[in-house]
Design a binder for this molecule. Sequence first.
Ligand code: IMP
Length: 169
Amino acid sequence: MYKVFISEEKIKERVIELGKEISDQYHGEQVVVVVLLRGSFMFAADLVRAIDGDVIVDFMVVSSYQGMETSGEVRIYKDLAENIHDRHVLIVEDIVDTGLTLTKILEVLKSRNPKSLETCSLLSKPSRRIKEVAIKYVGFTIEDKFVIGYGLDLDQKYRQLPYIAEMTH
Ligand code: IMP
């Protein structure tokens, strides 16, 4: 069982704001948007449409979660197609929970010497952090609850919901 936690309208408004902030930061310079799959696919699709500028979209498939608990291990199943050396890179994540995934991805991408490396996450659960990680653009800061929808899953289900919901069961 689940109920709406962040509505479609609220998400839309916030994504537009984030898009404006991001457009202002890069003012015309090209940015490689790194979409962390699978969870970020819906957010990233809306976010890039809200960015006014020169955007290249690339994908990584990473995974750290099994069911509702983190395993603490981050695996890269698919790497980027783009060479990010000397380019502006913006990582787009669905949710930062323990911070382990983003920390690992930042480490991996930093070693490729991008011109700049920034992060954007739709959601952040700071009370769950194991690794402190700087997130430049945060959509919504939420308390410690398991959320689904708008790309986020529970055992691969519910990703297609157009809003963010919380599990109630
Ligand atoms: P972290 O490595 O603990 O920060 O976890 C990041 C990843 O865990 C996210 O990209 C999600 O895939 C998953 N995750 C963390 N919290 C939730 C949640 O509340 N719902 C669904 N997935 C979550």
